[in-house]
Design a protein around this ligand. Sequence first.
Ligand SMILES: Nc1ncnc2c1ncn2[C@@H]1O[C@H](COP(=O)(O)OP(=O)(O)OP(=O)(O)O)[C@@H](O)[C@H]1O
Ligand SMILES: Cc1cn([C@H]2C[C@H](O)[C@@H](COP(=O)(O)O)O2)c(=O)[nH]c1=O
Length: 213
Amino acid sequence: MTHGTFISFEGIDGAGKSTHIARVAELFRQAGRAVVLTREPGGTPLSEKLRELVLHEPMDPLTEALLMFAARREHLVQVIEPALGRGDVVLCDRFTDATFAYQGGGRGFDWQVLGQLERMVQALPDGTLRQPDLTVWFDLDPLIAAERLASARVPDKFESQPAHFFAAVRAGYARRQAEKPSRFARIDAAQSMDAVGAYVSRIVSDWLQRSAA
Ligand SMILES: Nc1ncnc2c1ncn2[C@@H]1O[C@H](COP(=O)(O)OP(=O)(O)OP(=O)(O)O)[C@@H](O)[C@H]1O
Ligand SMILES: Cc1cn([C@H]2C[C@H](O)[C@@H](COP(=O)(O)O)O2)c(=O)[nH]c1=O
């Protein structure tokens, strides 16, 4: 079976992921690859409805974690797996690392239980686990992220959280990177847009060269 390329982009709100994903898409298109640009929670009509709920309704932390994984399951089955099967490049604005960082780190939800849900939702028929081939982590001080977001848009439920919540989310990402170092590429997202953009392009190009070798 053909296997495409699956890249996720992670970081606290306002770290700059969305700004740079389009540029990565262009890199792949120039290399002749078909690109699917998508996001979590979301990416299918049902998952987008779940996104509206989790981003705007107050709820119990377990309910929140389950809805993230429910939206993910639908997204995997309807969009991600078919695209990878065609050999496409899937660029996903957040994936499961966000659940570990936000629900695990930020909300304090049990890390092991999240691992069980991950194994249930992302299991492939051959018994392995679907994970991104590469995860680009935009790492940023929450105070800088808050300054950027203040002038950008009306905050949702997560974006309205205080700095200490995002410090815990950031620590969640660091823990996840420590658990899966070969999958992660960390970017210092406090740099200028041009510097971050150049670094993202270099990471992706280097990774492509290594994976083709
Ligand atoms: N390196 C940078 N320096 C200064 N401002 C930046 C930088 N990168 C992005 N921004 C600005 O910060 C704001 C947030 O960026 P962006 O929406 O890309 O973040 P994000 O990580 O996708 O956030 P979210 O996850 O909340 O959607 C935007 O107004 C964007 O123009
Ligand atoms: C996948 C995922 C997301 N979240 C949070 C993180 C963000 O605050 C929002 C998504 O908004 P964005 O502008 O598209 O980044 O949802 C989460 O808490 N858990 C998750 O698994």
